[in-house]
Design a protein around this ligand. Structure first.
Ligand code: GLN
Length: 480
């Protein structure tokens, strides 16, 4: 078996045709992990024994004809998604020994299909970052060029799939953390519509922005994994109803009956500034391919979207500071003993959180403080509604919007040590999280840095609940 060419879809056919067993398949990935993980550091922990047991269980299901799309498929799981009984650390010292007491809804769904969990993947601490350099346990490397980052925060997941240490992976995306690592490693990554996938059992970063989603080798695989994890969940009140025929949904999309997307919008004035010229060249080539595939390319204006980065870096830290309050040395994880309870809090948090987590907690507490909430937090929320309206308006005349996924390709370790230069990475990815709309990154060729070809991604954004449009256009790009 040659795992370097496998996708979920092709492995499914092979498994069903009994070309090899799920156990053979899992063993092939475990072999690759043993060989490559010491250098790439995609996984924080590998579950050899339970993965093999799950693969045997999957073989039993296949033998009985109980076959689901993911039965026997070996997956990597980001370390902020709970699996009962397993450590889930979010790459933080504060949760280094924390064991999940229940399964996330996505975990339950994957288990019921008989998927195989290979291990938990490295990430920026609590998903804050774009490179895995904020992991408390050391960064992951980009398998394409190990002097470069694999993206972040789901960089362990992208590195695992890109290095054939998993067939596909789950990540989470609050402001780009699935799409950017996909772009940096030549993969497909989807940030679903807000509420399409349950956040129950996902460690909260920015609750109004977070979504779990797939990182895979093809658009088809992304669809398979998305279909497996999506759906309404009574444990997450923000999940959307399963019926797509709700009148509310109709209002948000121009025409639910339009099956084939035809018109693609390009927010040109937003793209020009700061994007690497060779990435813009790949982007123009992608537009030419779409045109050839029959799409109409239309210039659009999203007047408030350029404020997304500023708005994101106010709303996200506000939610981070609130969500991370629960790590107090009493309820979860690390606890540094002290005489007074107050000192337990401060000593535990001081010892447990890394620099970036602390920076965002401080920033969030500041923008929410009574003296500044009007000037920052409330203003950011007002602009967020304008950003949402920009998309609603644009989607009255186009079926999708495209941009490069990022302004630059994978960068070298340490080259963005100034936090602002790192935050600028998120310029094209944060708008979709703020508006709640789905967005995908698909490979659109490579650019050369220091003699190495580095992949870059095309981002496609669609109206609420129209992941189908992303899959259609994404497949057309793959084929072109
Ligand atoms: N890079 C962004 C940040 O640092 C996005 C993180 C994410 O999507 N989890 O906040």
């Amino acid at each position: 078996m040659d795992i370097s060419t496998l996708t979920i879809a092709t492995a499914r056919k092979d498994l069903d045709a009994k070309k090899y067993s799920a156990l053979d398949l899992t063993d092939a990935y475990l072999d690759t992990i043993r060989e490559k993980n010491p250098e790439i550091h995609a996984y924080l922990e590998v579950w050899e024994d339970s993965a093999r047991a799950e693969a045997k269980h999957a073989d039993g299901m296949i033998a009985r004809g109980e076959i689901h799309p993911l039965t026997g498929i070996p997956l990597a799981i980001k370390d902020n998604i709970l699996i009962e009984g397993r450590i889930a650390s979010a790459a933080s010292k504060i949760l280094e020994q924390y064991r999940a007491s229940y399964d996330a809804t996505v975990t339950k769904k994957l288990k019921s299909q008989g998927a195989v969990f290979l291990g938990r993947t490295n990430m920026d601490e609590f998903a804050m970052g774009s490179s895995t350099e904020n992991s408390a346990f050391g960064p992951s490397k980009n398998p394409i060029d190990t002097s470069r980052v694999p993206g972040g925060s789901s960089g362990g997941s992208s590195a695992a799939v890109a290095a054939h240490m998993a067939l596909a992976a789950l990540g989470s995306d609050t402001g780009g953390s699935i799409r950017q690592p996909a772009s940096f490693t030549g993969l497909v990554g989807l940030k679903p519509t807000y509420g399409a996938v349950s956040r129950y059992g996902l460690m909260a970063m920015g609750s109004s922005l977070d979504q779990i989603g797939p990182l895979t080798r093809s658009v088809e695989d992304t669809k398979i994994l998305f279909d497996a994890i999506k759906g309404n969940d009574p444990y997450d009140g923000t999940t959307l109803p399963d019926s797509p025929n709700m009148s509310k949904v109709r209002l948000l999309t121009n025409d639910m009956s339009a099956i084939t997307p035809k018109r693609i919008g390009v927010p040109r004035s937003f793209l020009a500034e700061g994007t690497n010229p060779d990435i813009l060249a790949r982007f123009e080539e992608a537009l030419a391919k779409l045109k050839k595939a029959g799409y109409e390319i239309i210039d659009i204006d999203l007047p408030n979207v350029p404020y997304s980065l500023a708005v994101y870096y106010i709303i996200m830290p506000a939610e981070v500071s609130t969500n991370l309050e629960r790590f107090d040395g009493i309820r979860y994880g690390l606890s540094v003993p002290a005489e007074a309870i107050r000192d337990v809090y401060t000593k535990t948090r001081g010892a447990g959180f890394g620099a970036e987590a602390r920076r965002r907690i401080l920033l969030g507490a500041f923008v929410l403080s009574s003296g500044y909430a009007d000037a920052y937090y409330r203003k950011a929320r007002a602009v967020r509604s304008l950003i949402r309206q920009d998309f609603e308006k644009a989607f009255q005349s186009v079926d999708a919007i495209v941009t490069p996924t990022n302004p630059s390709p994978a960068f070298t370790f340490g080259s963005k040590s100034d936090p602002i230069s790192m935050y600028v990475e998120d310029i094209f990815s944060t708008p979709a999280n703020l508006a709640g709309v789905p967005a995908i990154s698909v490979p659109m060729g490579t650019v050369v840095r220091d003699g190495t070809d580095l992949p870059v991604g095309l981002q496609i954004i669609a109206p609420h609940r129209r992941e189908d449009i992303l899959f259609t256009i994404g497949t057309d790009i793959e084929r072109a």
